[in-house]
Design a protein around this ligand. Structure first.
Ligand code: BGP
Length: 467
């Protein structure tokens, strides 16, 4: 497995498992949020595509599609349902059987410990106990699975998760609070470091990383002011996750900039910084969705919006993503770059620029492209078949840039399409689909039908399997 380029696809526990309260699982913050009145859509992941009961079928299909790796996440509250540190053995049984199935087909598991769905007894990422609790959970998982999982990742997308929870406010706890934003980000870095400390104690052959969301920052001009906006945007979106994870420390300039924005950093502890210094990652998971196109800050309060409605027709300004970080930068718009229905740029070259920036800043660290996918309103024919040509074009264009980055010396080791099959798209519900395989949510059996992109990806893997 070590030298082989891995080709696969990805999911996350809350988005696909369903079985939200089965076999002793405790509630996560997403269960609580989706069941509360704060969830204005009323849509939940209670059942979703019911991977919990369909995983054998799903993994068999991956093997039929030539995929040799599966990225999924473990539901923390399936393993530790209450705050008493008592393990739910039935939770382990589910993942044991899932991994058995992967092994049967030679599919390498790449497992993320938490993908947004904190247990409800933890509550929020600003809980001062979160890093110790996370380290405990991580150690239980490492001891149980050991080398059966060759690739562990600590947290999915600290930058995006933090932004959704505390800046945009579309994920629980739905706040607009920069103080909490920074505390959350810091706690996530400490969580990763403390989990890695547990991991190293066991001397496993496996490796451990963190999965990062944001792309490299760019601008439409290169005046000193624009270059400064790029620098601040990279500090904001990338460096505060990747610097502590890979280098083991925050740059002074970043700390000063955060302080000058009025953030009280008294929660930072010297002993945490020591743990961060001594416990860095082996690899980075880089998710590939969009870049950060920015311009200098001109005015206004810190604010960020996204389009969870999927009603962008390329004209409506309100349907675009926006962001102002007071004193740092603002998001810009390039009229030559198309937007998807959710107001996000479709700009495949961003992944090349992102990978080269990581190489320039951090050397030859191994990188897995842990997610890349295109949300669409799929239309199925009477047999459930979807001709998703737009998705194929999107994935193909991204892959060309990824292969180019590899040729140009970036240490890319594998690639995962988001997502293995259709699943719950957080606040976007079920109409925004990403899967290589269609799920019929209406037919009572959640019937799976591979899309055109599934067969296209299968052929692509055959062509590039030995790179
Ligand atoms: C990533 C998340 C995934 C997934 C994907 C698509 O940020 O890691 O969980 O959902 O984005 O985003 P969305 O479903 O919001 O369109």
């Amino acid at each position: 497995m070590k030298d082989k380029f891995l080709w696969g696809s990805a999911t996350a526990a809350y988005q696909c498992e369903g079985a939200w309260d089965e076999d002793g699982k405790g509630p996560s913050i997403w269960d609580d949020y989706c069941h509360s009145t704060a969830n204005l859509t009323g849509i939940t992941g209670d059942v979703s595509c019911d991977h919990y009961h369909h995983f054998k079928e799903d993994i068999k299909m991956m093997a039929e599609g030539n995929q040799n790796t599966y990225r999924f996440s473990i539901s923390w509250s399936r393993i530790l349902p209450k705050d008493d540190h008592v393990v739910n053995e039935a939770g382990f049984r589910f993942y044991d059987e899932l991994i058995d199935e992967c092994e049967k087909y030679g599919i390498v598991p790449n497992v993320t410990l938490v993908h947004y769905d904190l247990p409800d007894y933890i509550g929020t990422w600003t809980n001062p106990k979160v890093s110790d609790e996370f380290a405990y959970y991580a150690s239980v998982v490492f001891k149980h699975f050991g080398n059966r999982i060759p690739l562990y990742a600590t947290i999915n997308e600290p930058s995006h998760n933090t932004a959704c929870c505390y800046l945009i406010g579309n994920y629980p706890p739905n706040e607009h609070n920069m103080q909490h934003f920074v505390e959350c980000a810091y706690n996530m870095a400490v969580c990763t470091a403390k989990a890695i400390r547990e991991f190293r104690k066991l001397n496993l052959n496996s490796t451990i990383g963190v999965v990062h969301a944001s792309g490299a920052s760019e601008s439409l001009a290169d005046t000193p002011k624009y270059l400064e906006a790029i620098k601040y945007s990279n500090m904001f979106h990338n460096d505060w996750v990747l610097d502590p994870a890979i280098k083991g420390y925050y740059e002074d300039e970043l700390i000063e900039k955060v302080k000058s924005s009025g953030i009280d950093l008294s929660f930072v502890k010297k002993e945490d910084l020591e743990i961060i210094k001594d416990n860095t990652v082996d690899w980075i998971g880089q998710n590939a969705y969009d870049r950060n196109l920015v311009k200098p800050y001109t005015g206004g309060e810190t604010t960020a919006t996204v389009n969870n409605r999927g009603d962008n027709d390329g004209t409506s300004k309100s349907a675009r993503e926006s962001k102002i970080i007071k004193g740092w930068f603002e998001v810009d718009r390039d009229e030559n770059v198309p937007l998807n229905k959710w107001g996000r740029e479709v700009y495949p070259r961003q992944i090349y620029n992102t990978l080269l920036r990581i190489k320039d800043r951090y050397g030859n660290i191994p990188i897995w492209i842990t997610e890349n996918g295109h949300g669409q309103y799929d239309i199925a024919d009477e047999n459930g078949y979807v001709e998703d040509n737009e998705r194929i074009e999107f994935l193909n264009n991204y892959l060309q840039w990824i292969l180019k980055a590899k040729e140009d010396g970036v240490n890319v080791r594998g690639y995962y399409v988001w997502s293995t099959m259709d699943l719950y798209s957080w606040i976007n519900g079920y109409k925004k689909r990403y899967g290589l395989v269609r799920v019929d949510y209406e037919d009572g059996n959640l019937k799976r039908t591979p899309k055109k992109s599934f067969y296209w990806y299968k052929d692509f893997i055959t062509k590039y399997k030995d790179i």
